[in-house]
Design a protein around this ligand. Structure first.
Ligand code: AHR
Length: 320
């Protein structure tokens, strides 16, 4: 029998099945994906990590996973280690938009395709990655702005808005702010009076909201770039003796289960959906890349918006 890659694979598979070879040896034929995650900063991120891990297992892809603890240097280190390990594909969700060209050029030189998930990079050279799959963050900001404009249509203003921004320099923080401002600027009664980063975490959301409340008795609306910061801020609002969602209208983004619980409790007015369930799409893209198929440069996730009035009805079907 001629020894080709195919006959060798078959022989290894049956040796593995009959116990003559450890399964790990046969597993060497699996596609290897190196994934450099941002961190574990939010409920959203936890759901995203779970989606990637479970989809890789279901797709039979060998996943190498690292958590960068929201530090760009850690993500760069992880990507370099995947290059050194000669993985088949690298995927990552860039913590910030800029500063990736050097390491992406290294991946390109090593002929390892790169997929961006969730967040994109701000690079002129789009040949540095195969595709970017994830939400349209500008549109999420617009949805938040449109909801507010409608909600306040009979209010003459002024309407003072405080903003809890996501991680400085990250795509969702930049784009959600942009989309929201684009909508509210049409009416001068809306004014963003304070804006600071809460780094997408509950703890920082609470801390920054406490500072806003101490400095300012005139807050009508809170726009939080994610649910975790809104949930932290709700605590600060209650501790200041105010009623969240009544004394201060609260808008956030993600639509995680924690936000639905807050809406059902009457403490959050609305959450714009941002889906973290990118795992299945990523695994099929990885397989397509390995099969030599071409992919669209941008794959946009479809999302909705959930005001508190529909929260109880929608909650049972929420997957994250
Ligand atoms: O990049 C997606 C954002 O990152 C989510 O809105 C936020 O919760 C997460 O940490």
């Amino acid at each position: 029998m001629k020894l080709t890659r195919r006959t060798l694979t078959k022989a290894l598979a049956s040796a593995s099945l009959t116990g003559l070879l450890p399964a790990a040896a046969f597993a060497q034929n699996k596609i290897v994906l190196g994934f450099a995650q941002v961190g574990a900063e939010s409920e959203w991120r936890t759901a995203n990590t779970e989606s990637i891990k479970s989809s890789a297992a279901a797709a039979g892809i060998d996943l190498k996973f690292s958590d960068a603890q929201q530090k760009q240097e850690n993500q760069i280190k992880a990507i370099r280690s995947y290059i050194a390990q000669k993985v088949d594909v690298i995927a990552f969700s860039p913590v910030v938009e800029t500063g990736w060209d050097t390491v992406l050029l290294e991946a390109k030189a090593a002929k390892i395709p790169v997929v961006l998930t969730d967040r994109s990079v701000n690079s002129k050279d789009t040949s540095l990655y195969v595709t970017f799959m994830g939400s349209d963050f500008i549109e999420e900001g617009r949805k938040a702005g449109k909801w507010l404009v409608e909600k306040m249509k009979d209010n003459k203003g002024p309407i003072n808005i405080v903003e809890l921004q996501g991680t400085v320099g990250s795509a969702p923080a930049i784009d959600r702010k942009k989309g929201f401002e684009e909508i509210i600027k049409a009416d001068p009664k809306f004014k963003i009076t304070r804006s600071q980063t809460g780094d997408f975490t509950r703890a920082k959301g609470k801390e920054v909201m406490e500072a806003f409340l101490k400095a300012d008795k005139n807050i009508n609306v809170l726009f939080a770039h994610n649910d975790d910061m809104a949930i932290g801020a709700i605590q600060a609002i209650e501790e200041a003796g105010l009623k969240p969602a009544k004394d201060i209208t609260i808008i956030s983004i993600d639509a995680v289960k924690g936000a639905f619980e807050a809406m059902i409790a009457g403490k959050l007015n609305v959450s714009v959906e941002c889906s973290p369930l990118l795992g299945p799409q990523l695994m099929s893209a990885v397989k397509d890349i390995k099969a030599g198929k071409s992919l669209p440069k941008r794959i946009v996730t479809e999302e909705g918006i959930f005001p508190m009035e529909v929260a109880a009805k929608e909650f049972p079907s929420r997957k994250y």
